[in-house]
Write a protein that binds this ligand. Structure first.
Ligand SMILES: Cc1cc2nc3c(=O)[nH]c(=O)nc-3n(C[C@H](O)[C@H](O)[C@H](O)COP(=O)(O)O)c2cc1C
Length: 345
């Protein structure tokens, strides 16, 4: 039972599965693995210096066609030049979130790009058709990383589908396996958008210790907070509890600027940039220092993740699991809708 939807048709992919941008975790190797698995990945440009975008994206397009992955822009700052550089590099799929998408939709559509917009509120979903957005990402509060809405995925998704006016919707937040994909399809979505599941993949360049923490995390280890605000103030996000969280809690949860170890350098990234406690970046491969104290973004999906696996296996098992879940659900309804045996005697 191939799972072909409006999303797979639009992107020319085999599996209705999208890998969310994972900060610096979404390297050319990772993006290639996702494309080769028949799925689609987005690369976050938010923190990339504008001047470096062309050369950085060239590292991607050398190994994967620019039409087989997309870029993601966080609209808390002016992103027009980053978008222009990505369009110049041949990228034709753009994802927007955290701000007013209107000017960026126009800019992307003028270049013939497909535009995704991540929403968490019905009022935004209802605006999407008029804005010219092509695909909505419905992010439930269960998500890992920064959060845009207030409602959990299972209630928000059908409501967003209803409000979207026929635009394809992709479900994000708390989804890590085939049952999540099956549920999303049943609720009217055209695919899923997973972050945490792909952090714990062999090919992502997130720090190995962070990946293992995703695998080990239980529900009680997850925390919604505004703590990791360096570079992105006052924005809610979901993380796995760690020593920075506990030190802050032990100090009575003081406000930003007065927290323990504020401004302290806890390590350095391979690019030489120092890494401050409370920064919004999460540690990636090659980090030297106290990686455990950094932000380990993870959704309510983390407890469903039991190993660091190759991307191809993750995508295949999500699709196969969804097919199985859909067959099981169909079979399970049969006794209810067929004539009971006792009545046929
Ligand atoms: C490590 C990490 C980094 C993220 N960075 C971004 C980002 O730059 N842009 C974005 O639109 N979403 C970002 N997200 C959020 C995801 O797009 C998505 O909403 C979330 O991962 C879905 O929940 P899940 O983690 O339970 O799958 C990030 C999520 C994680 C886990």
């Amino acid at each position: 039972m191939p799972l072909h939807t409006a999303l797979t048709a639009r992107l020319g992919i085999d599996a209705p599965v999208i890998a969310a941008p994972l900060g610096r975790g979404s390297t050319p190797r990772f993006v290639t693995a996702v494309a080769d698995a028949g799925a689609f990945a987005f690369v976050a440009l938010m923190h990339m210096p504008e001047a470096d975008i062309a050369t950085t994206l060239a590292d991607y397009t050398r190994v994967v066609e620019p039409t087989r992955f997309g870029v993601n822009l966080t609209l808390i700052r002016d992103q027009r030049r980053r978008l222009a550089a990505a369009l110049d590099a041949g990228i034709r799929t753009v994802s927007l979130w955290y701000g007013d998408p209107e000017p960026y939709v126009e800019q992307a559509k003028a270049a013939g790009a497909t535009v995704f917009w991540t929403v968490g509120r019905l009022a935004d979903a209802a605006r999407a058709a008029d804005l010219g957005v092509d695909v909505l990402v419905c992010q439930g509060r269960d998500a890992g990383g920064h959060l845009v809405g207030t409602a959990g995925t299972i209630a928000l998704l059908p409501a967003v589908v209803d409000a979207a006016g026929g635009i394809p919707v992709v479900a994000a937040g708390g989804i890590a396996d085939g049952r999540g994909l099956a549920s999303a399809l049943v609720m009217g979505a055209d695919g899923v958008w997973m972050g945490t599941r792909f952090v714990a993949s062999e090919e992502s360049a997130n720090h190995p210790g962070y990946k293992q923490r995703v695998v080990d995390a239980g529900f009680d280890d997850l925390l919604e907070t505004r703590l990791f605000d360096g570079g992105w103030p006052d924005s809610p996000h979901r993380v796995i509890r760690n020593s920075t969280v506990s030190r802050w809690e032990e100090a009575g949860c003081p406000r930003s600027g007065e927290r323990p170890g504020e401004g302290e350098v806890i390590g350095a990234h391979p690019n030489g940039r120092s890494f401050l406690r409370y920064t919004d970046a999460s540690p990636w491969e090659g980090f030297e220092g106290d990686w455990e104290a950094g932000a380990h973004y993870a959704g309510a999906s983390a407890p469903l993740i039991h190993g660091i696996e190759p991307v191809a296996r993750i995508v295949a098992s999500v699709v196969e699991g969804a097919e199985l879940a859909l067959r099981r659900a169909t079979a399970a309804t049969r006794p209810v809708i067929s004539t009971p045996e006792s009545e046929t005697r």
